[in-house]
Ligand binder design. Structure first.
Ligand SMILES: [Zn+2]
Length: 456
């Protein structure tokens, strides 16, 4: 059923002498419709030239030469469509140079999703005029309610960005907003593009480059992070030297020249890329990566020793795998008691563990000479330990010692971005819908780039 009500509608149900309602009649109609007043129940209503238009003009902040031409309610679909029209003969400006131009024609009708009004999905419709500019040619004029090329009004985009930022899952936000995957993607992409174009990179001094697994661990991505600003600067596919160089190339030569130090793993492609693109920047091997290598050695020693013991029927090391990897500070009383006995047992794994623990002292030195002497002692002790996996790691650390000692001058580590890591992990685990690496990149920059995402 369709009802078209003209400008006389406020008078149809009221005697002539009745005082005019004080509030906008549009609101009163709304209230009746939303409360479901039986007498007002209709499937669809079209209003023209009435106060509902006035109401929407004020609500949307539509100013001359734009005007609200028609308001159409679709009650069944809980939807309201507002048609906006350009006043005939009004002067229009070129969106490129701003000068007054003659009207060329009207672009085909477009729609923009706006914030819901009274829980009704709200759509704006308009044919936007095109001008014929002497300098720039034929251009579509800018509309006040949306950014160029946007499918949503500025207010809607702003609101959607807030919902996306506070939702734990992009899909959940899409559900709340009533948006499809493509629509959310459109908002994310535009927000990131805006943020990147406004981003300030002048003060960069300490960066981190690290790899992450992408998809089910089969492929990798590399991340460039601003360690002081705690933000992701960019993401590329792969973990090759070319990938890392592409990351460096997202900065200008001047910005690269201002970098003092870079936290990287002992991974040649990343080291080479940094030396090529920012030769003045000191490399700092991340202490958590160093710890991971030492942990791996302890793990190997334990596994071999456990097998040996079990073959002889000795279950001493059974169930102790985690104990050797975790910080004893976090142990329960029971764990602490069993670990105390193990670590003084004289077992090989106990010696490997002690070597790993001892190494952390290196990070506490203030002077390079003292740190160097400490490393020499540590290395000598490990060399005599006859623990093969540990000796291998010690040799690797020795060959990278110069870039380990830089930590004393630049105490940086990629662990600063630990908070970002958990966000990235969340993005990855919600990544069922990813069609490409680019979608992944956009989400990382949206959630971890600290960008100014909002439309103006
Ligand atoms: Zn122009």
């Amino acid at each position: 059923m369709s009802v078209v009500v003209g400008c006389r509608w406020p008078h149809r149900f009221a005697p002539d002498f009745a005082p005019r309602p004080r509030r906008c009649a549009g609101w009163r109609l709304w209230e009746k419709l939303v409360r479901g007043d039986r007498r007002w129940q209709v499937d669809r209503m079209i209003f023209s030239e009435n106060e509902l238009q006035q109401h929407y003009r004020l609500l949307l902040g539509v100013a001359s030469p734009w005007q609200v031409k028609k308001v159409k309610l679709e009650l069944d679909e809980k939807r309201v469509e507002i048609e906006l029209a350009w006043t005939e003969g009004a002067q229009a400006q070129c969106p490129a140079c701003g000068q007054d131009c003659t009207l060329y024609d009207y672009a085909p009708e477009r729609t923009w999703r706006h914030l819901d009004t009274m829980q009704f999905e709200t759509i704006l419709r308009a044919r936007v005029p095109r001008v014929d500019c002497a300098t720039d040619g034929v251009k579509t004029v800018a509309v006040p309610w949306a950014e160029p090329g946007g499918r949503f009004t500025r207010l809607f985009e702003r609101f959607a960005i807030d919902v996306l930022l506070s939702a734990r899952r992009v899909q959940a936000a899409a559900g709340l907003l009533g948006l499809s995957w493509d629509e959310v993607d459109h908002i994310l992409r535009r927000a990131v593009a805006r943020g990147l174009s406004r981003r300030e990179l002048a003060a960069l001094t300490h960066l981190g480059i690290e790899e992450k697994s992408f998809r089910s661990g089969q492929s990798y991505i590399s991340l460039l992070t601003d360690l002081k600003g705690r933000r992701v600067l960019d993401v590329v596919e792969g973990r090759t030297q070319a990938a890392a160089e592409a990351l460096w190339d997202t900065l200008s030569a001047e910005q690269r020249g201002a970098i003092e130090a870079v936290a990287v793993d002992m991974w040649e492609p990343f080291m080479n890329a940094s030396q090529t693109k920012a030769p003045q920047a000191e490399l700092v091997h991340d202490q958590f990566h160093v710890a991971a290598h030492l942990n791996e050695a302890v793990y190997q020693v334990r596994r071999a020793e456990h097998q040996e013991l079990m073959a002889a029927g000795d279950e001493t090391l059974k169930g102790s795998r985690q104990l050797w990897l975790y910080n004893p500070m976090n142990f329960s009383e029971e764990q602490a008691a069993s670990f105390a006995a193990l670590k003084d047992s004289g077992l090989k794994v106990a010696r490997a563990w002690a070597a790993k623990e001892l190494f952390t002292k290196l990070w506490t030195y203030r002077y390079e000479g003292a740190a160097r002497r400490f490393f020499k002692q540590w290395f000598g002790w490990v060399s005599r330990s006859r623990l093969k996996p540990l000796i291998q790691v010690a040799r690797m650390l020795k060959s990278h010692l110069e870039n380990i000692l830089t930590y004393l001058r630049h105490p940086i580590t990629n662990a600063v971005t630990e908070g970002l890591n958990s966000k990235i992990q969340m993005i990855k685990s919600n990544a069922r819908g990813f069609r490409s690496f680019e979608n992944y990149r956009i989400r990382i920059l949206f959630f971890c780039g600290k960008l100014d995402l909002y439309p103006l």
